[in-house]
Design a protein around this ligand. Structure first.
Ligand SMILES: Nc1ncnc2c1ncn2[C@@H]1O[C@H](COP(=O)(O)OP(=O)(O)OP(=O)(O)O)[C@@H](O)[C@H]1O
Ligand SMILES: [Mg+2]
Length: 360
């Protein structure tokens, strides 16, 4: 399976005022599952389409398995792409849809049948091979689209939001299935989504795009625990991270943070960083699970709203003028209108420069 390299890739669409993709370099290891995430319009589909050969590059190069491919036709790149809308031919059966590309390429009939049957078995759609797309559910259509990609035995799989047309339950099932398939096939995969749960659960590595540039890349855990910027911090994680304005002060010669009414010590590993900013404003980032209800409280807040999610309760309150949410054990969450004492897991908080948005 192939290594994929994007080298200083740029894309400017005709009539566009700004570059859609700028100086994008990315190396993907053979067998790796890379997920591209980012807000709508950040250039995820454009990047995939350039990889597939459906869109020309304005600058840079693309290499697959030590071969430069950006000048090659899509069919010569040994890549298969699965689209959000499946793009199945309505007048063909499932088997015909899956085998279409192979038949065009003039592959031996027996080999085509072998590949279609193997993929159908893996995807659990063998009984559907004679049906037409309109006789299938959304999830089944998605499987056929994946099967059509698999039979080509490509060096690289590209997925563009393949699950976004499915309902939440089916999305969860298909997500697990894609993970299972990847474990089995070990195919190099680039997967685009704006669903950060998909990104976190599927990826070996997540690449966060913002306005056509890589904002940060790393394992899901790295991005979640150590976001490099406020943008990544706010984008990864659901419910989203809480951002609070704070001022660095000193309290008996040790740095502390003033957040609203509360003054709290700075965790040791951040002390040096913030010591240079005494008297300055910073921004801290706390995830909903960084508020705890055991041990001595750091602050208290009146609960504006409590949402019972089942295993946890999400409470909303106002702190330093900002709306915050905390994920608490249901039996310890205060009801609406009552005061909740909260301890903050300061060792896990993020600190950002409010001007640049960079983590400190
Ligand atoms: N053919 C085109 N001509 C001109 N501009 C385009 C073209 N295709 C995309 N764009 C612009 O390029 C930018 C990136 O588009 P792209 O489709 O790559 O975004 P995306 O990250 O996939 O977004 P989404 O999450 O909404 O699918 C957008 O501003 C879009 O309007
Ligand atoms: Mg897109």
């Amino acid at each position: 399976m192939a290594d994929v390299s994007l080298k200083k890739v740029g894309k400017t669409y005709e009539n566009a005022s700004a570059n859609t993709i700028e100086d994008l370099s990315l190396d993907i290891r053979s067998g790796e599952f890379v997920v591209l995430v980012g807000p709508s319009g950040c250039g995820k589909s454009t990047t995939l389409r350039m990889l597939a050969g459906l869109e020309e590059l304005s600058e840079g190069e693309i290499w697959i398995a030590n071969r430069r491919v950006d000048e090659l036709e899509p069919r010569d790149r040994n890549i298969a792409m699965v689209f959000q809308n499946y793009a199945l031919y309505p007048h063909m059966t499932v088997a015909q849809n899956m085998s279409f590309g192979l038949r065009l390429a003039g592959m031996d009939k027996a080999e085509i049948r072998r590949r279609v049957e193997e993929a159908a078995k893996l995807l659990d759609i063998a009984p559907l091979l004679d049906r037409r797309p309109k006789q299938l559910s959304g999830g089944q259509r998605q499987r056929v689209a994946m099967g059509r990609a698999m039979v080509r035995d490509p060096a690289v799989f590209l997925f563009d939001e393949p699950l976004s047309n499915l309902d939440a339950k089916l999305r969860g099932q298909m997500r697990a299935e894609i993970r299972r398939l990847h474990k089995r096939l070990k195919a190099t995969t680039v997967y685009v989504t704006h669903d950060q749960v998909e990104a976190m659960t599927l990826a070996d590595r997540v690449v966060v795009l913002n306005k056509g540039k890589i904002e940060q890349q790393g394992t899901p855990q790295e991005l979640y625990e150590r976001p490099a910027t406020r943008f990544v911090a706010g984008f990864i994680g659901s419910p989203t991270m809480n951002f609070l304005p704070a001022k660095v002060v000193t309290e008996s010669t040790r740095p502390a943070l003033r957040i609203g009414e509360a003054t709290i010590p700075v965790p040791a590993h951040k002390a040096e960083t913030v010591l240079q900013r005494v008297g300055q404003d910073i921004e801290i980032g706390l995830r909903p699970e960084h508020f705890l209800v055991d041990g001595p409280a750091d602050l208290s807040a009146t609960i504006d709203m409590a949402e019972l999610l089942g295993p946890t309760t999400l409470v909303h309150f106002t702190l330093a003028g900002m709306t915050c949410s905390a994920m608490l054990p249901p039996e310890l969450a205060a009801p609406e209108g009552e005061v909740q004492s909260l301890r903050i897991a300061f060792d896990r908080m993020s600190i950002f420069d409010p001007k640049t948005g960079h983590a400190l």
